[in-house]
Structures are given as structure tokens and as C-alpha cells.
Design a protein around this ligand. Structure first.
Ligand code: UDP
Length: 253
């Protein structure tokens, strides 16, 4: 088989040319990074879990009419997605204070916010993804005012869906990050949810105990990251609960 063309390699994923024009294959690596890649590790099984979890969330979003880049899962680590032009923004939605917001405002982690708050960072690793006001986004032409209205509407729908799904399995959605892509149908441009939705880019706390099931486990050495993600996957029914013991092969006479 001819070697596939690698188009892009990021911190947690690789993008290859897809089988049809306008498609890509998105491969999930086991690499974990935090603090703008200052902390790095390989977490065995993380890529497999995130591939499954992102499939689960993107499929659910599609079913309630939120457009995403997801087409289908191909195997344990790969999914087929629509090729998009990524809007160079990290769209962050917060329901409870945590992380950089807690630091900036001196708010205790977990403080409920009066309403979901959306903020934007400019995607640039060299600059450390700086927080930017909408004014910058419009002025520098990263997105138009109409795009921003559509992005906010998409982000709030994703938030309602994700919060509800997580609440159903006893998990609080503290905050998350999504990325948005542009696709063209003829001359008509649409914005869709792209990249991934997984515990790498969310904060997820147990409703009862406050236990963390997201990348903060890795950021702050709180335990085994793959175990945390496996717990999320099990609760959502994405993985069977007895995956640790594969059935032994039996002889057929
Ligand atoms: N986030 C992300 N990628 C980034 C920055 C943030 O996925 O490059 C996610 C992060 O996991 C959290 C949310 O966005 O769920 C808000 O992150 P925050 O601004 O608090 O930054 P952090 O504390 O993660 O540096």
C-alpha cells in the first residue's frame, strides 16, 4: 500500500491526506503535553480513548443538528473527518471558574459562573495562545462579526449538549475548548465544529466527590491519566466495562 501523505503533526494528533478530496484521516497519538508543551509524556492508551470519546461526542452533536467535521471512525486510533480551514482561535466555554480564569480573577476553582462565559485565544504556540478580545479578532480578520455570532451560537449548543451528557453520568463540565473550521458548499461558507472533543480539552469533575477525570490529572500529577479517561468512557458506555480481561481463545473442534 502506498504510504499516506502526512499533512500536519500536532501535539496530540496527526493529520493525513484522506481517501477522497476534502477528507482527512485524523490519528490520535498517546502523547500528552501541558503548560504549552513544557511538560510532556506518553500515556499508553490515551489516543485510543480520545478517538472513541471524540467520536461519541461528535456523533451526538451531529444527531442534534450541530454540524461537525466527523465522518466515521476508521479504527482504534483513526477517524475520517472533513477537511476544513481552521479558524485560528481556541474557543473556550466556562461554566465554573478554573485554570487560567481562577488565576486571573482570584476565584476559587469550582465557583459557579453567573452564566456560561465564552472567551477566545489566538492559536499560536510561540505566543502561548494569548487570550484575545473580539475586537482583535475582527480587526485582524481572523473571523468576521457574522462568523463570531455563529461561533458563539455553536459553542453554546456544544456546551448545553456536553453539560447534559456529562450530568447524566454524574460528571460536571467545568469548562472546555473547541476549534471551529470553515467548509465551503459551492460559494456558501459554513462553520462547523472541528479538531476533537475529549478529556484532553475539557475539565470534568465528579459531581459527588469532585474527583478530576481530565488533563489536570496529568498537569498536576493527580494519578493515572488513562485510568481517568477510561472512567469517563465507561460511564458514557463508550467502552464495555470488562475490557481488562479479553476472552481467551478457545479451540474449535
Ligand atoms: N484548553 C485546551 N487547550 C489549550 C488551552 C486550554 O484544551 O491550549 C482547555 C483546558 O483543558 C480547559 C479549558 O480549555 O478545559 C480552559 O483552559 P484555561 O484557559 O483555564 O487554561 P489552562 O488552565 O488549561 O492553561
Amino acid at each position: 500500500m502506498a504510504r499516506r501523505k502526512k499533512l500536519y503533526e500536532g501535539k496530540a494528533k496527526v493529520l493525513y491526506e484522506g481517501p477522497e478530496p476534502g477528507t482527512l484521516v485524523q490519528y490520535f497519538k498517546d502523547d500528552a503535553t501541558a503548560f504549552n508543551a513544557e511538560k510532556k509524556s506518553v500515556i499508553e492508551g490515551k489516543g485510543v480513548l480520545n478517538n472513541r470519546l471524540s467520536e461519541f461526542f461528535m456523533t451526538g452533536l451531529g444527531q442534534i443538528g450541530v454540524p461537525t467535521h466527523f465522518i466515521k471512525r476508521l479504527n482504534m486510533r483513526e477517524q475520517l473527518v472533513r477537511q476544513v480551514e481552521i479558524v485560528p482561535l481556541e474557543v473556550i466555554v466556562r461554566n465554573f471558574a478554573a485554570g487560567s480564569m481562577s488565576k486571573r480573577l482570584g476565584l476559587e476553582e469550582g465557583t459557579p459562573l453567573p452564566r456560561p462565559i465564552i472567551e477566545f485565544s489566538y492559536k499560536d504556540d510561540a505566543l502561548g495562545d494569548p487570550l484575545v478580545p473580539e475586537e482583535y479578532i475582527i480587526a485582524f480578520g481572523w473571523a468576521s462579526q457574522q462568523d463570531m455570532d455563529d461561533i458563539v451560537a455553536l459553542a453554546l449548543r456544544v456546551n448545553d449538549f456536553m453539560s447534559g451528557v456529562m450530568h447524566g453520568v454524574g460528571i460536571k463540565l467545568i469548562d472546555f475548548k473547541i476549534e471551529i473550521g470553515r467548509v465551503w458548499d459551492g460559494d456558501f461558507m459554513r462553520l462547523i465544529v472541528a479538531d476533537e472533543i475529549s478529556p484532553d480539552s475539557c475539565r470534568l469533575w465528579d459531581v459527588e466527590t469532585g474527583q478530576k477525570f481530565d488533563k489536570d490529572v496529568f498537569r498536576h500529577d493527580l494519578g493515572n491519566l488513562a485510568d481517568a479517561y477510561t472512567e469517563v468512557a465507561k460511564r458514557l458506555g463508550v467502552l464495555p466495562t470488562n475490557v481488562t480481561h479479553a476472552a481467551k481463545p478457545t479451540l474449535i473442534n
